[in-house]
Design a protein around this ligand. Structure first.
Ligand code: ADP
Ligand code: 5GP
Length: 189
């Protein structure tokens, strides 16, 4: 199987990562989204095998023991997320490049694993105040969860120098263009 390239996108929750990832996947760069496994419940219209593979805590732990994941993290208390090795094989065997949307620690770990075959991008909110506003506006998280995500974001922002590129998501269209340019030039290299 011919190895493709790897694009890693990480950000504190609410910085706009999902919005930017959706835009990038529509751009004809032959990127495919790597579907992670998680122990959290599906939100809204999420379907098993599309946004995530939804697993019980017990099944997730069993898979950890079997070496099923290339990396996994307890992203929030009691909520585990992991990248199945099989996703990379599935995507590369179709001749596509892998797009990982993972938390900040997962992004740093995946970059270490894939080295020069990967480019890693950190999406930075313009400020903590603006991050809070976006999380409130999105309306998918309870006030305590927002507090937890903000506290985590402050720690995560300190890790941005570990990424190949940091993109500030102030004006959305500019951030989307910058991410596209970085990924396109990496894939064409
Ligand atoms: P993440 O995936 O990083 O948690 P989302 O993509 O869900 O973040 O974005 C969080 C919220 O902020 C969403 O409601 C989204 O529409 C909004 N948003 C994203 N980028 C911007 C931006 N540049 N300016 C204002 N709002 C934004
Ligand atoms: P959400 O619950 O909002 O979908 O995701 C929460 C966080 O978990 C996001 O930062 C997302 O990128 C991250 N995440 C999703 N899948 C994985 C994974 O396989 N590994 C790691 N480390 N983080 C993940």
């Amino acid at each position: 199987m011919k190895k493709g390239r790897v694009v890693i996108i990480s950000a504190p929750s609410g910085a706009g990562k999902s919005t930017i990832v959706r835009h990038l996947l529509d751009k004809g760069l032959n990127l495919e989204f790597s579907v992670s496994a998680t122990t959290r419940a599906p939100r809204g219209r999420e379907k098993n095998g599309v946004e995530y593979y939804f697993l019980s805590l017990q099944d997730f732990r069993e898979k950890v023991g079997e070496g099923y994941f290339i990396e996994w993290e307890e992203v929030y208390s009691g909520q585990l997320y992991g990248t199945p090795k099989s996703e990379i094989e599935r995507i590369w065997s179709r001749g596509s490049h892998v797009l990982f949307d993972v938390d900040v620690r997962g992004g740093i770990n995946l970059k270490k694993i894939f080295g020069n075959d990967a480019v890693s991008l950190f999406i930075m909110p313009p400020s903590i105040g603006e991050l809070k506003k976006r999380l409130l506006k999105r309306g998918t998280d309870l006030p305590e969860q927002i507090k937890m995500r903000i506290a985590k974001a402050e720690e995560e922002m300190k890790l941005s120098p570990e990424f190949d590129h940091t993109v500030i998501n102030d004006m959305l269209y500019k951030a989307e263009q910058e991410v596209y340019d970085i990924v396109k030039s990496f894939i064409d290299r």
